[in-house]
Design a protein around this ligand. Structure first.
Ligand SMILES: O=C([O-])C(=O)C[C@H](O)[C@@H](O)C(=O)[O-]
Ligand SMILES: [Mg+2]
Length: 432
């Protein structure tokens, strides 16, 4: 393989990935969720891979960027954002200030946010190709790792045993719809993966039920880190009540209420640290939130912030303002997990174990799945991301996307819920 870093080809492969019936405040995960695999090929014969959201609104922005990239160097990562701003255009789906991303639960949706997510997949693919060409791991391209392993947290969900009508791919986790079910799920996460931090996705049941589940977790895992995240489903009053009841057991409370103003009100009334992956997901949202003391922990996510370099910049801003850093996750595969681990390895102020949906995913597009040991992932020192694309697996999941009638290509948890409850609509905020 040669050293020529010029991009000769970009391949975009949308796929549908099996997803279990995990419940959140908007509804339930679809049987299959869309992801986009980005491949960047260099004149030197090296292929770099990246992964990001794969809904139509992301594909629409990714296509012009893929067309514009050939002829540029994979080392030109700083120029990606400008190029994307120039060529991607507006997304007709970013419908203004009140539009909250239906599947991502990432707060207000704008064209800028969608574009940043697209760029993140391209940036990771470029860094993977650059690292493979130079024989260096991605963490070295980011200045070098400051830890050899990254801590991850168990991501607990209320869930059904199967999707309605038996759709999708079966798994053996069974239902978890009460405190005993959540504790059983947590025990399995601890046994199989060694996690010692536990995050419960809330906003599904009445707050009292979720408080009971967290208390049951505290009793089952004394002294271990617990988090609760209702994705902004509660009023300020409810948030403060939950914070009071769980004050002694929560490491942090994640997005109890929706929007910076409500989060600031909650923060003013409790000592429990508030975390977010909803009211602060871009640099533009930082000044007001930090000035008002609305959040004490920002959950970084390179898919949100525009890539690995932007995540490092976010870390520096958080460090400056004394705000802690952790990491958010949505449904993702091994390419994204590898990217998350590389950037987590280089950020000095990674204060908490990172979230990851990965254990819920039974399918992947890489040859060897990444393995958590003692709740941690070892940081790869192999060139690039250290993962290899499995073309047969990629083709199979792409085939599923091609064969889909369109109903799974755009994640919509409320629509998925309507299959079980025909009258379901996205609950108003605050829900409780
Ligand atoms: O921490 C979060 O808010 C999330 O992970 C958002 C996700 O969309 C999660 O709630 C999900 O996938 O149901
Ligand atoms: Mg969250």
């Amino acid at each position: 393989m040669g050293q020529d870093l010029t991009v000769t080809e970009v391949r975009l492969t949308p796929i549908l990935v099996a997803d279990p019936p995990l419940l959140n405040t908007q509804g339930v995960h679809q049987p299959y969720t869309p992801r986009l695999i980005v491949e960047v090929v260099t004149a030197g014969g090296v292929t770099g891979v990246g992964e990001t959201y794969g809904d139509t609104k992301y594909l629409d922005l990714a296509a012009p960027l893929a067309d514009a990239l050939p002829g540029r160097a994979v080392s030109d990562v700083n120029a990606l954002h400008r190029l994307a701003e120039r060529v991607c255009g507006d997304s007709p789906e970013a419908t203004g200030a009140d539009a909250v991303d239906v599947g991502g639960l990432r707060g207000v949706q704008t064209t800028d946010k969608l574009r940043l997510s697209v760029v993140s997949g391209f940036e990771v693919a470029c860094l993977d190709a650059l690292g493979k060409t130079l024989g260096l791991p991605v963490h070295a391209l980011l200045g070098g790792k400051v830890r050899d392993a990254v801590d991850y947290s168990a991501y607990l969900f209320y869930r059904w045993a199967r999707h309605p009508g038996g759709a999708g791919e079966p798994d053996d986790w069974g239902a978890a719809l009460d405190p005993a079910g959540i504790v059983a799920q947590a025990r399995r996460f601890a046994r199989e993966y060694g996690f010692t931090s536990f995050k419960l996705k809330g906003g599904v049941f009445e707050p009292e039920q979720e408080i009971a589940a967290v208390r049951a977790l505290a009793a089952a895992f004394p002294g271990q880190h617990l988090r609760l995240d209702p994705n902004g489903a509660w009023s300020v009053e409810t948030s403060l009540k939950v914070a009071k009841e769980l004050g002694g057991v929560l490491q942090y409370l994640e997005d109890p209420a929706s929007g910076t103003a409500r989060m600031a009100e909650v923060a003013a009334g409790t000592d429990v640290p508030l975390a977010t992956n909803m009211c602060v997901t871009t640099f533009a949202e930082i000044p007001e939130a930090f000035a008002r003391g609305a959040v004490q922990v920002v959950l970084s996510d390179h898919h949100y912030w525009g890539g690995l370099q932007a995540t490092r910049e976010l870390a520096a801003v958080c460090r400056t303002f004394g705000v802690a850093l952790s990491m958010h996750s949505n449904t993702h595969l091994g390419i994204s997990l590898a990217a998350m681990t590389h950037v987590a390895a280089v950020v000095p102020n990674l204060d908490h174990a990172c979230d990851s949906h990965y254990p819920w995913q039974t399918e992947d597009v890489i040859t060897e799945r990444l393995t958590f040991r003692d709740g941690r992932l070892a940081v790869s020192d192999l060139p690039g991301l250290g993962v290899e694309l499995d073309r047969d697996r990629l083709a199979r999941l792409h085939r599923r996307w091609l064969d889909d009638d369109g109903s799974m290509r755009d994640r919509d948890d409320a629509a998925a819920m309507r299959v079980a409850e025909p009258g379901w609509t996205t609950p108003p905020v605050p829900r409780w």
